[in-house]
Design a protein around this ligand. Structure first.
Ligand code: FAD
Length: 316
């Protein structure tokens, strides 16, 4: 019996969410008095570092077909390795890839699954794990009663900890099925931290009036080293790319700081951002619903407030 963590990569490089999942896997393995095994698929760099975050064993299945994410192939290989290592619990990141794996793995392994967990399970005689429900307004606790279990960890919910030292990577083999897909191109946006992992987010809404005004938002994000986000109508109007859309139907985020500029704070928007640790709202309407969720609020015209804030922030 062991805990198997799928160590997700993008173009062979590990993400912060992967280190968080390994940290989580280690703590869970400690609670179960077992090993935490990290599994890397395809060509990866720096896999030995997974030991620093708590992996007691680091396994790598290498095959050209594993160099691009393919949920069917990955499901097959992860399930095989879970069998080879007698792993009862599989931990995934609650990323786009993790979301597409969890259901497939659950079916393939006949395992109960809970997605988007934010805390360690209670393993005292049962296996009960909690997650946010109703747009983060409540928590529900689920007991998984199957022998094998699959869970995905919500990003930024547990934290990354250094719990050990660099390990040794063992290459193992698995039967890699033929893909039904041909990957023609992979585009990875360079520079900023992806939204699900971002600790600082500057986000703007329809109050910006048009895409031509986003310079002040990008400027603030540059000064803070933050990632930019937007409300849904902004993405729907093509003012900003769809991958910036946060909320119930967009990406759910948990940054340390969320600055919401010219966003009303509709319930569907809040659903994706109200787990942020500090929320700063800038809106000219004092009755904007977002102020109820704000840690700090500035009532004012964003075209006046944001440039002045940028000037002040630049001095730090
Ligand atoms: P608006 O509601 O138009 O608000 C603009 C705000 O800017 C106002 O509060 C206004 O006071 C302020 N403002 C205007 N000018 C200025 C200025 N000069 N200075 C300062 N403030 C100014 N929305 C999401 O964001 N994410 C989702 O995932 C999402 N999912 C949805 C799912 C469903 C099923 C439905 C029905 C809706 C969903 N929506 C979602 C849409 C949501 O209901 C709101 O319509 C949307 O969030 C509003 O976007 P907004 O705040 O940018 O625009």
């Amino acid at each position: 019996m062991s805990v198997l963590v799928f160590a997700e990569t993008i173009k062979g490089k590990f993400k912060k969410a992967t280190f968080e999942a390994v940290t989580y896997g280690r703590k869970l393995a400690d609670a179960l008095s077992t090993d935490c095994i990290a599994l890397c698929l395809g060509d990866v760099t720096g896999a030995e570092d997974l030991g620093i975050y708590g992996a007691s064993k680091i396994l790598n299945v290498k095959d050209d077909a594993l160099n691009h994410f393919d949920s069917q192939i990955y499901t097959s290989v992860i399930a095989q390795v879970a069998g080879q290592t007698s792993s009862d619990v599989i931990v995934l990141s609650h990323s786009a890839n993790g979301k597409s794996l969890i259901g497939r793995l659950s079916v393939k392994m006949n395992a109960g699954s809970v997605s988007g967990v934010n805390a360690l399970p209670n393993v005292d005689g049962s296996f009960s794990v909690s997650k946010g429900v109703f747009s983060g307004k409540a928590f529900a606790t689920y007991e998984i009663i199957t022998a094998q279990k699959v869970i995905s960890l919500m990003g930024n919910s547990f934290g990354v900890q250094e719990l050990g030292s660099a390990g040794t990577v063992e290459t193992i083999s698995a039967d890699v099925p033929a893909s039904r897909l041909t990957v023609t191109e992979v585009q990875v946006s360079e520079g900023t931290v992806p939204l699900p992992e971002a600790e600082l987010v500057v986000s703007a809404g329809r109050g910006m009036k048009g895409p031509e005004n986003w310079g002040i938002i990008e400027e603030m994000a540059d000064i803070l080293g933050a990632t930019t986000a937007c409300s849904r109508p902004v993405a729907d109007s093509d003012w900003r790319p769809h991958h910036e859309h946060v909320g119930q139907t967009g990406i759910a985020i948990r940054p340390n700081l969320y600055i919401a500029i010219g966003i009303s704070g509709a319930i569907q928007h809040l659903a994706g951002v109200n787990n942020s640790k500090v929320i700063v709202v800038i809106n000219k309407d004092p009755e904007a619903p977002f102020f109820k969720a704000a840690t700090y609020g500035i009532v004012g015209d964003l075209f006046d407030v944001v440039p002045r804030l940028n000037d002040a922030l630049r001095k730090f």
